[in-house]
Write a new protein. Structure first.
Length: 232
């Protein structure tokens, strides 16, 4: 039996067209997305900085806020360092002034101490030499009275002792006052007798010395006792 073929312009049967229409509707209508995917899609569509502004501006604002906090800390540290530097400079000036005062006081103390030592040494030396002057006077008178005995061993020994004592005291500044044949000087001489002037000794000059006078380091230690030529 031969089945006749349908004509090209003849529509297909209804039972065959319905699946085609259903497939087209399925292709044109997308499937509903799950709620989680919809929420994710909605969140992805919003700006990164939130719905309120641009993400670049938000990032810049955050950076500025962080910079403001850091800048405040730096300013506080600088202020603290400046205060500390000021305190150290003040302390340095105080210590320097104190050091200079101590140095000046120590120099004054050292100078006073040296002067006191020199004064004490000079006073002790002067007191000792004053006590030795009578010994010199006695030796001088012994030599003057020795006469011919001065040339003997004993006389020579006394002369050497007298010379050695004079040299030792001269190292400490003792010097004799020159009087014989010189004009009378009331500052260094004491007139205890008078004599008639002569050709060798004019008036106002020293004729004879009774007791020798001495200088100690330029200071008159004892005046000489002399006889002065003076007309009556």
């Amino acid at each position: 039996m031969i089945v006749p073929k349908p004509h090209a312009s003849q529509p297909p049967p209804a039972d065959e067209r319905e699946p085609v229409s259903r497939r087209g509707a399925d292709a044109e209508t997308p499937a509903a997305a799950p709620p989680e995917a919809a929420a994710h899609a909605a969140g992805a569509g919003e700006p990164a900085g939130g719905p309120e502004g641009d993400p670049v501006e938000a990032a810049q604002s955050s950076a500025d806020d962080a910079g403001d906090y850091g800048s405040g800390d730096d300013v506080g540290d600088v202020s603290a360092l400046r205060r500390r530097i000021g305190e150290l400079e003040t302390l340095n000036r105080e210590l320097s002034d104190r050091y200079l005062r101590l140095v000046a006081e120590f120099d004054n103390y050292r100078r006073r101490t040296r002067q006191n030592e020199e004064t004490l040494r000079a006073t002790a030396t002067e007191a000792l030499i004053v006590d030795l002057l009578p010994v010199l006077d006695h030796l001088h008178m012994a030599i003057a009275a020795a006469g011919e005995a001065l040339s003997g061993p004993f006389g020579q020994g006394v002369s050497l002792i007298y010379q050695q004592l004079n040299e030792t005291l001269a190292r400490y500044g003792l010097q004799t006052v020159e009087t014989k044949g010189r004009p009378f000087d009331p500052n260094t001489m004491e007139a205890v007798a008078r004599a008639e002037p002569s050709e060798d000794t004019p008036e106002g000059h020293v004729v004879e010395e009774y007791r020798r006078g001495y200088h100690l380091n330029g200071k008159l230690l004892r005046a000489s006792q002399v006889k002065v030529a003076q007309a009556e």
